[in-house]
Design a protein around this ligand. Structure first.
Ligand code: SF4
Length: 366
């Protein structure tokens, strides 16, 4: 398949890996954070770890959208779905994420709440059109990649005069989280593999502060194995040459200024939140968006006066440390014992983009 097979060529992968082995300084450690869960998945799935020198380590970051949503937001959605007239629509992965006291959206559905799995924001609009006597709430999550489709759904709902459609908005922003990771310094990283899809929206220029303020090399990388290995080589070269630049390996999709139409759509419907809680990273200022005053009618938090809820993660789960890049999944005592993809105890074991699920699924431990 064009644009897929050619980026999975084993000979080329070994050739690129050999260059990394040749160019790497054996006297130092190289720790590169893959910010995006898609890269975490690719690294485990294709065994990219195994091609790398011993002194080069991939550190997993907070780029899995399901993983970074704190349990309190899921708890709030469960409470909302308990109202008889509400239909809560959301994506499959979120249904299985543990909330407080072993609860989840799936369990709430089993208790009788009307919670429906959808594939896109337009599916939620369709549910609203089909159920004019019910309140349909779209539980929206994700980084900048999924924010424009949510904005489009809200705009369509207004154009159609849909009175029974709202969005519980949990869209988060990549650069503030990246800056937080860098400012804390606790992950001790030497470079960042920048996200692919997010960067198609926000553009490569969005990471300028990461490089200039924290002297951090960053390479925007595609998702295929050759993309990841070539981007790793680019990072190794930046480190060896003492450069701290935003480089773009994923030139077939990412432009410097990103997708300006998508940015305009987001700016029309959303505004920055003063603060948003992330699982693992805590309360981060201006790190998420909320629906602005012009579209306030479609804001579920306002229509249903939703309250902030606090819920502790399962005892023993170290998802927060995994998301900050300071622990590996197999350092968790529950990993592959009490916690598996079939019975996840933490968010990082639910989605295929979660570091724990990726490591468990592809059985690679190093
Ligand atoms: Fe949390 Fe399970 Fe990962 Fe442990 S293995 S950190 S419990 S998701």
């Amino acid at each position: 398949m064009k644009y897929v097979d050619e980026y999975r060529d084993g000979d080329k992968a070994r050739e690129l890996a050999a260059r990394i082995h040749n160019e790497i300084d054996p006297q130092r450690q190289y720790r590169f954070m893959e910010f995006c869960g898609g890269h975490t998945h690719a690294i485990f799935r294709f065994g990219i770890h195994d091609l790398m020198p011993e002194n080069l380590k991939y550190v997993h970051g907070p780029g899995c959208p399901v993983c970074v949503l704190p349990a309190g937001r899921i708890e709030a959605a469960i409470k909302l779905a308990e109202s008889e007239d509400v239909i809560l629509c959301t994506y499959a992965d979120l249904m299985r994420v543990p909330a407080g006291k072993g609860d989840s959206l799936n369990r709430a559905k089993a208790r009788g709440s009307d919670i429906r799995m959808i594939y896109s924001s337009s599916d939620a609009l369709a549910v609203a059109r089909e159920n004019p006597d019910r309140q349909v709430v779209f539980f929206a999550i994700g980084f900048e990649t999924t924010t424009p489709p949510t904005a489009a759904a809200i705009r369509i709902a207004r154009a159609e005069g849909l009175k029974n459609f709202t969005v519980f908005c949990n869209h988060v922003l990549t650069p503030p989280a990246m800056l937080h990771i860098l400012s804390s310094g606790e992950a001790c990283i030497d470079g960042i593999l920048g996200p692919s899809h997010v960067s198609t929206i926000i553009g490569s220029h969005a990471y300028a502060d990461c490089c200039s303020l924290y002297r951090m090399p960053l390479v925007i990388a595609g998702f295929e194995p050759l993309d990841v290995i070539q981007s790793t080589l680019m990072l190794v070269r930046q480190v060896n040459q003492g450069r701290c630049e935003v480089e773009n390996q994923y030139v077939r999709a990412v432009r410097e200024t990103g997708n300006q139409k998508a940015q305009a759509l987001m700016a029309e419907v959303f505004e920055p939140r003063s603060v948003f809680e992330w699982r693992g990273l805590g309360d981060l200022p201006a790190s998420a968006v909320q629906i602005n005053a012009q579209y306030a009618l479609f804001d579920a938090e306002k229509r249903f006066a939703m309250q902030k809820m606090q819920t502790a993660d399962v005892k023993g789960c170290i998802c927060p440390a995994v998301l900050r890049g300071i622990s590996d999944p197999d350092q968790c005592k529950l990993f592959a014992t009490a916690c598996t993809p079939e019975e996840p105890k933490g968010a990082c074991m639910v989605s295929s983009e979660g570091a724990c699920a990726a490591q468990y699924s592809y059985g690679r431990y190093r």
